[in-house]
Design a protein around this ligand. Structure first.
Ligand code: ADP
Ligand code: ZN
Ligand code: ZN
Length: 817
């Protein structure tokens, strides 16, 4: 009997690839074990065992595998089933899903580059012969490709040796080098040793009786020390004493308090795990009960709770219940880097049971989470992560929470699999017979529609946690303000007034502007010419800080021009504004206040986000200027005012979801104001104060927004009424993109008739020297999705058979967002 093994290779292949195996291998191998296989002329890949059978492939001679790498599966059956669903639904290969799911250290291949881990001391005697040879070679060369190892060891089968070395921590994979984990420092204070004795203390309090505020701080410090024995953060002390960080600083300067830093390690757990969960208030308790009741009859529930209604505390209770039943919980977040606040909160409750799956963590740490899950370890009961954590080896899932379910970053754009994590989560939960809870203050139209159809349960929470009123939202008419000369730069008199008041009362301010840089357009006032990116069809953005022109699509940059490239005159002017310009203007308006900026430019470093979030939290910053990054679930306690600098470029974005998104964005930014006990204030500056969306945002009328937008979606046949598949063509040659897209569209029209839109160039038709053209296929509800995809695949195959089109990249995006 001859045995064959189908494997999944981590590359975009249409079908599983088949190898020849021995009877003994066939006996030993199980679905989900890794094997090293040769591929093509000289490549080696790590593949996953998929299917064992006795049928030889017909179109090629099956090669033998190099060897088996595992003695038990590293991917579970249910996990594979879920991957298959993703590949099938989102029209990509299983190999692409595998590549997205598995840490790189799991899928060593001939192209993998290894280097020595300098932080580890290893004795030669601890290494086997083969291992030593590799180690030795790395003393002379900083890195090696797996191919090099093949020649050093003079054998083909090298992956197990490398795998062992990686597992021992002796080697790194190349891409991990700049991913190294940096510890995070938090500021704490304690009483200086000089004042620790009873008598010194009395002395101190007496001296401070003339400085009542400083005295308050010291008393608050004692109170905090007495209530729990934890290190005291500067921010806690300021809060407890009702003073300011300036006063704490004065005490530090005098040598009465001592400042110190503790390294908080986010991978090792840091919470005690014994914080008592908060007692839910009446509204939360009601919502919690409704969720439980919903889950008796439905597998998905949507929790629509206004910002700061205390949704997180409800999640905590649900997680607690699942843990008691020994179940795993997956907590999905749109962007993990921005949510350390939440991670800390959950670690305080669940301590060691929480595992964070973070794409910024190094490969080894990701491997650790994976292995902990395979081993059913205590340490991986509550998994927090962004979309790719869906692809982990769950074996006993009870609940998935999709927080901020409306966020578009749940949808992966590039590369494949182009999956939507919310939708794929529901499928995963169903496979485990688990439940899914979607939560948001501004649900997506999709989810709200599903809820209104009875497909999901709907739970509404309309009051903020301690009955703080929703922020008071005021619309400021820019046209009128400019006409009456009530503007200073981009600030209306109203905004300046409110900012002044807020700062005087000691509160913080957030200013939102959805563009970064100084100004998006530079224009010559003599001839009208404006500098364009040489690689893309966009104007270059001026960045004042570096005195540079930059392209936000491809990263191209050049020094700012001294004169116009068209006519040579010096009359270059800037148009429009970004975060950098707002920051500049704030500094001029409030010179004595501290301003910080949070956008892609200031958060590039690995912990860029956290530094800014921390210093804002610690009230070292009074005014924070930023882009949408500000909207994502941040819980700042002292923000009273939020300013939206210009609502119009959100509303005018050329996309059928622009209005829905604008509502979500503005409601979410507004939600950052007044989260504790004082009512927040929001000012929205706009040229269209009568725009329906702005009216709805300012009156907190989600349902009105929903029904109005749904009307449009009905009328124009867009999701959630119709489904969409977007097909994008990319090529450096303009004509070829046109020909290819026309050919494709014509074939599609023969099948789908009027439900094919385009081909059309998008707003930016060339990016990185590639022209883009799009076709949209609209799919009515009663049309079979499976048949639709089959038809598209057929067309795609014939398309690929045309010689002229082979170099055109075709990207198929199902449920395009
Ligand atoms: P949401 O997730 O709905 O925006 P949060 O869960 O962040 O709201 O709650 C807002 C604030 O109210 C948080 O600072 C939280 O600690 C506090 N909070 C919520 N529920 C309770 C509760 N039951 N007891 C005490 N504090 C609570
Ligand atoms: Zn000019
Ligand atoms: Zn560019």
């Amino acid at each position: 009997m001859t045995y064959f093994l189908d494997v999944i290779l981590p590359i975009p292949l249409q079908k599983a690839f088949t190898y020849h195996i021995t009877a003994a291998e066939a006996q030993f191998l199980k679905l989900g074990m890794r094997v090293a296989v040769p591929f093509g002329k000289s490549k080696i890949y790590t593949a996953l065992a998929y299917n064992i059978h006795n049928t030889a492939p017909t179109s090629y001679e099956a090669k033998t595998i190099h060897q088996i790498l595992d003695d038990r599966p590293v991917v579970s059956e249910i996990q594979l089933k879920h991957w298959e669903w993703i590949a099938n639904y989102y029209m990509c290969s299983l190999g692409e899903v595998m590549r997205a799911a598995m840490p790189n250290a799991f899928i060593l291949e001939s192209e993998t580059i290894i280097s020595k881990n300098e932080q580890i001391e290893i004795k030669d005697s601890e290494l086997k012969d083969d291992e030593f040879l590799i180690y030795e070679a790395l003393n002379y060369q900083s890195s090696l490709k797996i191919q090099d190892v093949v020649s050093i060891l003079d054998k083909k089968r090298v992956l197990p040796v490398i795998k062992n070395l990686v597992e021992k921590g002796v080697l790194h994979l190349q891409e991990e080098l700049y991913e190294k984990y940096q510890p995070k420092l938090v500021r704490y204070v304690k009483l200086h040793n000089n004042h620790k004795s009873e008598e010194k203390l009395q002395e101190l309090l007496e001296i401070l009786s003339r400085a009542p505020k400083q005295r308050e701080v010291i008393l608050a410090l004692f109170a905090l020390e007495a209530s729990d024995n934890k290190p005291i953060k500067v921010s806690e002390l300021v809060e407890r004493s009702g003073t300011s960080s300036a006063i704490v600083k004065a005490l530090i300067d005098k040598g009465i308090l001592e400042e110190y830093h503790i390294q908080t390690d986010r991978i090792q757990f840091e919470g005690d795990g014994d914080a008592d969960s908060k007692t839910l208030n009446e509204a939360q308790r009601q919502a919690f009960k409704e969720i439980e009741t919903t889950f008796q009859s439905k597998s998905v529930a949507l929790l629509h709770g206004v910002t700061s209604s205390g949704k997180t505390e409800i999640y905590v209770q649900l997680i607690q219940k699942q843990l008691e039943q020994g179940k795993q919980i997956l907590y999905l977040l749109p962007e993990i880097a921005l949510t350390t606040q939440l991670v800390h909160r959950l670690q305080d409750y669940f301590g060691d049971k929480v595992a964070v799956f973070h794409s910024r963590y190094s490969g080894n740490e990701r491997v650790e989470v994976w292995n902990n899950m395979l081993n059913n370890s205590e340490k991986a009961q509550v998994i927090i992560g962004a979309r790719s954590s869906l692809l982990l080896p769950f074996n006993n899932l009870g609940l998935i929470i999709v927080d901020e379910e409306h966020e578009q970053s749940y949808k992966q754009f590039d590369p494949a699999p182009r999956y939507h994590a919310r939708d794929a989560a529901i499928v995963l939960a169903n496979m485990h017979m688990a439940k899914t809870l979607l939560g948001s203050a501004t649900p997506s139209l999709e989810s709200y529609f599903n809820a209104s159809q009875g497909k999901y349960g709907l739970i509404e929470l309309n009051t903020r946690y301690n009955n703080v009123l929703m922020p008071d939202i005021e619309l400021v008419d820019l046209a009128d303000k400019y006409k009456r000369k009530r503007m200073k730069g981009h600030f209306s008199d109203r905004l300046i007034e409110e900012m002044t008041d807020t700062l005087e009362q000691g509160f913080q301010i957030i200013l939102f502007q959805n563009r970064r840089g100084f100004s998006p357009i530079v224009e010559c006032t003599t001839c009208g010419n404006s500098p364009q990116c040489p690689n893309c069809d966009v104007s270059l953005t001026y960045h004042q800080y570096r005195d540079q022109l930059r392209c936000h699509y491809c990263g191209y940059n050049s020094a700012m021009l001294k004169r116009c490239q068209g006519c040579g005159s010096h009359t270059l002017d800037t148009k429009g504004f970004g975060t950098e310009q707002i920051e500049e203007e704030v500094k001029v308006l409030f010179p004595e206040k501290k301003v910080a900026r949070m956008d892609l430019d200031t958060t590039r470093g690995k912990f860029g986000f956290e530094k800014i979030i921390n210093s804002f939290e610690q009230r070292e910053v009074d005014i924070l200027v930023g882009t949408q990054m500000l909207t994502k679930g941040l819980d700042f306690r002292h923000v009273k005012l939020v300013g939206i600098m210009n609502a119009d470029n959100l509303l005018n974005f050329p996309d059928f979801r622009a209005h829905e998104r604008s509502y979500q964005l503005m409601a979410q930014v507004s939600g950052r104001a007044g989260r504790t006990d004082i009512r927040g204030k929001v000012l929205i500056q706009t040229y269209n104060p009568h725009h329906n969306i702005l009216q709805q945002v300012s009156t907190n009328s989600f349902k009105e927004m929903y029904s109005e937008q749904m009307n449009d979606r009905y009328n124009y046949k867009y999701p959630p009424i119709y489904r969409l598949i977007k097909i994008t063509f990319k090529h450096k040659d303009y004509n070829r993109v046109n020909l290819a897209a026309d050919w494709y569209a014509k074939s599609l029209r023969q099948v789908f008739k009027a439900n094919v839109l385009g081909p059309e160039f998008p707003a930016i038709s060339r990016i990185r020297n590639l022209y883009n053209k799009n076709i949209l296929v609209k799919i009515p509800q009663k049309q079979s999705l499976a048949k639709t995809k089959e038809a598209i695949k057929k067309i795609d195959n014939s398309f690929n058979a045309v010689k002229d089109f082979r170099s055109v990249r075709v990207i198929i995006n199902v449920d395009n967002y």
